[in-house]
Design a protein around this ligand. Structure first.
Ligand SMILES: Cc1cc2nc3c(=O)[nH]c(=O)nc-3n(C[C@H](O)[C@H](O)[C@H](O)COP(=O)(O)OP(=O)(O)OC[C@H]3O[C@@H](n4cnc5c(N)ncnc54)[C@H](O)[C@@H]3O)c2cc1C
Length: 431
């Protein structure tokens, strides 16, 4: 097996680690490589629905918020592809996920340090360095950056039923999609559930016998995009969040759910208009039903279909029969299997999450000389911004500065809101 040594090894090359790779590209004398198990770059292909839009500004791309002159900016992508003027004239409030994926792929293709078809099977720590084992080689590295993303989550009772009729919304496009004559249940009241309900009632995948959309939330709530809610996605707010204790952080994350996990207003409007068209204008008596305030708590197979036990928050239990059940119940952070050999040396918090530092380092036994950085694993520490693209460039710049030991990137930006209590105001207070 061939062997190579580098300063930094990135595990995974999704958008978050790709952002770090793009920011490190201009650093001389730093050897680094990012590895991804996929054959080539792709981004959530299982959910790349036509018309699906990014929920974040395109300006918050991989690099621009900290390096607007970077050759890896979205603007450069537009210019290189001859789209600049057409893009402006299109006046899109939000760009399509398809175009953002094209941009990401274009960046990945220009970074020689990003390697695909490279599954990191195991990481050991010996002789003051990390040893990464692939199928065909071993690489040693001084530091790591974990960016292996999240995994689809389904409730425990559904796990044994997963298959052709029961699947996670994140893989809907990976399966045949003729739902003609079927009773379909969509479980989960977030953006993915909304997008799939819209596809189904628009009958692009065949005319279903019925579509039921079940949400635990009291209503089909929209993403909160108010200006001061958007301020939660700024370095200023993250600094404040980091000053809170663990319980305060947990409380704030729960309170801020709709800031990061609501449905785009445009999707809600399209759903309302599609229902109006079918039920009022066309006068069709279709069972396209939205059921908020309910939780699916059980499912049983009955011959060729499923019975769902649905608990209403204020009323009795309901039963729904479905031929197809699509769980849009989100994604969860998982620590990749390749890290198993290091698990005893890593510091964990009580509920099994990584113990993190503010600078995105994982607390572990040998952090003094071999650092482990991690992205998209610390909502408990950095807040709701962690799984979002909003501050990915800023986070990467934090990691780059920390790794290099000097401030290559400027991190502070002005804000209007004073989220925390300032020292001088504390001192002036007389009880
Ligand atoms: C459909 C969808 C739409 C979203 N839209 C938005 C949005 O509009 N705005 C927003 O802010 N956020 C959005 N998000 C949330 C977030 O931005 C994305 O999930 C984003 O892809 C997270 O990036 P990541 O790099 O952490 O993970 P991923 O994109 O999941 O990338 C992780 C990579 O790690 C690789 N990997 C895993 N294990 C190994 C291993 N052992 N060896 C090598 N490689 C490995 C995987 O192959 C994968 O390519 C969306 C999420 C989804 C699911």
């Amino acid at each position: 097996m061939s062997q190579q040594h580098i300063n930094l090894a990135g595990i995974g090359a999704g958008p978050f680690n790709l952002s770090l790779a793009a920011l490190l590209h201009k650093v001389p004398d730093l050897s680094f490589a990012f590895y991804d198990k996929k054959k080539s770059f792709s981004w959530h292909t299982g959910l790349m629905l036509q018309g699906a839009r990014l929920q974040t500004s395109w300006m918050k791309d991989l690099v621009t918020p900290v390096d607007p002159t970077s050759e890896f900016s979205f603007l450069k992508f537009l210019v290189d592809h001859g789209r600049f003027y057409a893009f402006i004239n299109a006046e899109q409030a939000a760009i399509s996920r398809q175009e953002f994926a094209q941009y990401l792929e274009w960046v990945a293709g220009q970074l020689p340090q990003v390697n695909f078809d490279s599954h990191v099977r195991e990481i050991n720590h010996q002789q003051g360095q990390f040893w990464l084992r692939f199928d065909d080689r071993i690489v040693s590295a001084d530091h790591l950056c974990l960016g292996t993303g999240t995994k689809p989550y389904v409730p425990e009772f559904a796990v044994s039923h997963m298959g052709k009729q029961v699947f996670h919304g994140g893989s809907v496009l990976n399966a045949p999609r003729d739902f003609s004559g079927k009773r379909v249940a969509v479980v989960g009241g977030g953006q993915t559930g909304a997008e799939l309900f819209l596809e189904l009632i628009s009958e692009r995948w065949g005319e279903c016998q019925s579509v039921n959309w079940i949400s635990r939330r009291d209503n089909f709530d929209q993403l909160d995009e108010a200006p001061f809610t958007n301020d939660l996605f700024t370095p200023n707010y993250v600094h404040h969040f980091l000053s809170l204790n663990r319980d305060q952080k947990r409380e704030m994350v729960a309170k801020q759910k709709l800031a990061s996990d609501g449905i785009s207003p445009s999707t809600l409007k399209e759903i309302y208009q599609a229902l109006y068209q079918v039920k009022m204008v066309q006068g069709r008596d279709k069972e396209y039903t939205m059921r908020p305030g309910r939780e699916v708590v059980a499912m049983h197979r009955q011959g060729s279909y499923y019975q769902l036990g649905v608990e209403h928050q204020h009323h009795a239990m309901e039963q729904l029969d479905a031929d197809v059940v699509i769980f849009c119940t989100g994604f969860k952070t998982v620590i990749p299997a390749c890290l198993e050999s290091l698990a005893d040396d890593i510091h964990w918090e009580e509920d099994g999450v990584l113990s993190m530092q503010d600078n995105y380092q994982v607390n572990w036994e040998h952090a003094g000389y071999n650092r482990i950085y991690a992205v998209n694993t610390s909502r408990h520490h950095h807040g709701i911004v962690d799984p979002q693209t909003s501050l990915m460039a800023w986070r990467s710049a934090n990691i780059a500065n920390d790794l290099l030991g000097y401030n290559l990137y400027k991190l502070d930006q002005a804000g209007f809101v004073q989220w925390g209590v300032q020292q001088q105001d504390k001192e002036r207070y007389v009880a």
